[in-house]
Design a protein around this ligand. Structure first.
Ligand code: SAH
Length: 233
């Protein structure tokens, strides 16, 4: 499989030349031992991916020239995962990695009423998102937002279709097709959603969704939820 490298759109020059710096340059030159003339894949995280021919290469800088461009449009139905912060860091990171692989447009972590507050290292999570983005060959880099409460999720995503995975939902609430442009999939933390959060969600016109009879851990629920809409573009 071809490795994909990520550089931000500002590192592409107007004349079709590309500058790859720092960690990515080190990886290309030292780890993968690419040489002048090799062609690598570079994604900008904003819908475009390029074949780039290497013109110059050192540990610190790889200079290349764009050969071809492939673009993917913005999906017409975006899936935004809003996950209540779970206490265990490894489970949280796992959930985020899988959300990227499964096509989340954006990941929102919020302090749910039943979340145990602990500090989130956003930089670390951003790095993991980039790594999952490259690994899974996506074209659009998912954004990560950290919000203080579910109320803020509603404020930020006003006008979206809100779907809440809830253990009390039943067969009447099986996942159905996504109809809106922006769809926020809400998953609670270990302690589940509070009554207040459930009521707020319903008051905002949101619907409940069941993910089956078994009680899933939050990270499993996030994966199961996103997997319902794998083929929705
Ligand atoms: N102890 C909690 C369970 C939390 S599970 C409770 O009893 O409410 C963590 C989250 O995963 C839940 O808040 C919900 O969003 C989701 N979830 C887990 N199992 C689910 C199921 N069978 N159907 C829908 N959502 C589920």
């Amino acid at each position: 499989m071809n490795n994909i490298f990520f550089i931000s759109p500002s590192d592409f020059n107007a004349d079709d030349s590309v500058e790859i710096k720092d960690q990515e340059a080190l990886h290309i030159s030292k780890v993968l031992r690419h040489k002048i003339g090799d062609v690598i894949l570079v994604a900008d995280g904003e819908g475009a991916r390029f074949e780039v021919e290497i013109l110059e290469i050192t540990k610190k800088l790889v200079l290349g020239k764009k050969l071809t461009t492939t673009c993917k449009p913005v999906p017409s139905k975006k899936k935004i995962l809003a996950l209540g912060v779970v206490k265990k860091r490894d489970r949280l990171e796992f959930a985020i990695e899988k959300a990227v692989e499964l096509g989340a447009w954006e990941v929102v972590l919020f302090n749910a009423d039943h979340s145990e507050r602990n500090k989130i290292n956003k930089e670390r999570l951003d790095t993991q998102i980039i790594s999952a983005f490259k690994q899974s060959g996506r074209f659009w880099l998912p954004k990560l937002k950290i919000l203080d409460s579910m109320d803020e999720v509603f404020d930020k995503f006003q006008g979206s279709n809100f779907l809440m995975a809830h253990v009390e939902a039943n067969e009447e609430h099986e996942p159905s097709e996504l109809k809106e442009e922006n769809n926020v999939l809400l998953v609670g933390p270990e302690g589940g959603f509070s009554v207040r959060e459930k009521e707020l969600h319903l008051a905002k016109g949101g619907s409940l969704v069941t993910l089956g009879d078994n009680r899933l851990r939050a990270e499993t629920a996030a994966m199961a939820f996103l997997s319902q809409y794998l083929f929705i573009k």
